[in-house]
Design a protein around this ligand. Structure first.
Ligand code: SAH
Length: 207
């Protein structure tokens, strides 16, 4: 699938309902998701993996994009039941039901060995509303990823590399984007704003 087609398909997914500000539901836009997933695919082809796990899945844009690029299956974890409903719709709209599993639950409850795939992809809460809200996601990702964690976070996040080192992984920031923010978060204005974000590639060192 070409980059432009992937961006178009992802931009058309049923939208994230964005109802619960405390859960920091900043979604990834179709263009950004497509560019990021394309870059990941060039380094770690999705079709050569055993599947992906999308933590804090929202409307599933990241896991669905991985499926469209050839991942054999995707597991989506999302705490908000309403959001899981739009996720289900997004998956069905592309007839991907057979390759998907949705877990409506909290990433904090994931246990070692419960879910494992080669890659984890996530745009977790960044901790702007609730300090350290990203930490359970980072911990869950190390339990779920066999090889790599692909993380989208605020560009200023300075703890990712040191956190990864402590956990025995290697993190590098390898892309930067201006992420469009939904109007509900750009306080008192309906205009679309952007926020500075970056992508980290966090690898388990070769054993
Ligand atoms: N992955 C999507 C959504 C990102 S927003 C995208 O990139 O567009 C982060 C998502 O994480 C929200 O949908 C929010 O409801 C979910 N979330 C927040 N805390 C969670 C938790 N503890 N466990 C699982 N999902 C959570």
């Amino acid at each position: 699938m070409r980059l432009r087609h992937l961006a178009m398909a992802l931009s058309k997914l049923p939208a994230h309902p964005f109802r619960e500000p405390s859960l920091e539901q900043y979604g990834t836009d179709g263009e950004t998701a497509a560019r990021w997933l394309y870059s990941i695919n060039a380094e770690e082809p999705f079709e050569e993996t055993d599947g992906v796990i999308d933590l804090g899945a929202g409307n599933g844009i990241l896991g669905i994009g991985a499926l469209l690029l050839g991942a054999p299956n995707a597991i989506f974890v999302e705490i908000d039941a309403d959001v899981c409903e739009s996720l289900r719709n997004a998956i069905s709209s592309l007839n991907l039901d057979d390759r998907c599993r949705i877990l409506n639950g909290d990433v904090c409850t994931l246990e070692e060995g419960q879910l494992i795939r080669d890659l984890v992809i996530m745009n977790p809460p960044w901790g702007r509303q609730t300090p350290r809200a990203d930490r359970p996601f980072l911990d869950a990702a190390t339990k779920c990823a066999r090889d790599s964690i692909h993380l989208l976070h605020g560009r200023g996040a300075s703890h990712i590399e040191s956190w990864a080192e402590k956990a025995g992984w290697e993190a590098k920031k390898w892309m930067e984007v201006d992420l469009p923010m939904p109007a509900i978060y750009s306080h008192h204005t309906k205009k679309m704003r952007t926020t500075e974000a970056a992508m980290w590639w966090i690898k388990r060192p070769a054993r």
